[in-house]
Design a protein around this ligand. Sequence first.
Ligand code: ATP
Length: 257
Amino acid sequence: MLEVRNVTKRYRTIPAVDNVSFVLNEGEVLGYLGPNGSGKSTTVKMITGMIEPTDGEILFRGRSIHDDLASFRANLGYVPEEAHVYTHLSGLEYLQLVGRLRGMSEALIESKARGLLALFALEHAQYSAISDYSKGMKQRVLLSAALMHDPPLLIFDEPLSGLDAVTARLFKDLLILLASEGKAILYISHVLEVVERVCDRVIILSKGKVVADAAPSRLTELTKLADLESVFAQLVQQTDTEQTARDLVGVMKVQHA
Ligand SMILES: Nc1ncnc2c1ncn2[C@@H]1O[C@H](COP(=O)(O)OP(=O)(O)OP(=O)(O)O)[C@@H](O)[C@H]1O
């Protein structure tokens, strides 16, 4: 459904994303992982059409997304890591706006918006301004907005941040159900134990390059490591975190001369 083909993005001369290729199929949850600064957000910005690749191309159902960005976006549901929503609107008004921008009928907008707000436990706050919402409530409005038009392709960028345990669990169940209904899902997260549970496949990025692309179970099997977190640490060669923590405490304790 979505193909990222030899995509590179350079800022000045430095590649933030370096010759990345992958295919995301219908019914698949693909985890997109990497340490801070490895190129995840840059990839997502290219897939959503916010920025263009320096080299390579991104195809949706065989066509470059830039051939007709508006119709590509009609097929996309995107929950950004950081939201810049219209906070003076209420949750209901925001979903109505999103529905109208996507060309949905008023009757459909009404039933979907009310239904989603109720299911995400936001019914009581639907008429209050988003500026008064907690972080998790804002996140639930964004999730609702991404699902309004029933898109075949979904991108979730750190969707669990701010969600309480019950909503996070609901989100995980939702992800699995959406995939079983044939949605293609790109899931960017640092929460590796969740990724390991819900993703069919994971891509691990390091310094803009793909260093792994396989099922989590295949990666643990190949490396003979206990879990995805250990595989991740080994592949991106992160430092010995226990030692670094000890060094940090050591630096904290240094007294002024
Ligand atoms: N607009 C920009 N101009 C210059 N460099 C940029 C720009 N945006 C990102 N970069 C650089 O590109 C690299 C990849 O950044 P990116 O935001 O894609 O990483 P990330 O994997 O999403 O990180 P995080 O987990 O911290 O969100 C970083 O070295 C970053 O400094």
